[in-house]
Design a protein. Structure first.
Length: 134
């Protein structure tokens, strides 16, 4: 019988990995900044126009835009924290990059906890270095 299990992907930290992570986070920050600028534009342009016709609707629109701005600010703060974490990674250490779903074959007499737990793939610059819990 086959079961599904979580497989942890760990990356050995290299300068290339740190650079790739920083670039990815910087691109995401840039997209968030662009979206925040768009929200500011909408707030300045559309809310006054809507207020001329319906002040209550303008208030709802302002609150909705402000809520979105808060979400963007929270995301921006989280990304800045992650950038600091990436900068602090030590070369040669292991970094959990994510998880995948994998299958494992089980049979009567197997230790279920050993079979479904602890599976890891260790990579270095995208190349598999080790498979644990196979």
């Amino acid at each position: 019988m086959k079961l599904k299990r979580a497989v942890t992907i760990k990356a050995i930290v290299t300068e290339e990995l740190k650079s790739d992570l920083k670039d990815e986070l910087a691109k995401t920050l840039s997209r968030i900044d662009s979206a925040a600028q768009q929200l500011d534009f909408q707030l300045r342009r559309y809310v006054p126009e809507v207020a001329k016709a319906d002040i209550e609707q303008a208030g709802r629109l302002r609150r909705e835009i402000e809520g979105e701005r808060q979400k963007h600010e929270s995301a921006r703060a989280e990304l800045n924290n992650r950038l600091r974490e990436v900068a602090a990674l030590e070369i040669g250490s292991e970094f959990v990059q994510g998880t995948l779903e994998g299958e494992v074959e089980i049979a009567p007499g197997d230790n279920l906890l050993e079979k479904i737990g602890g599976a890891e793939i260790v990579i270095k610059d995208g190349v598999i270095q080790e498979i644990k819990g196979d």
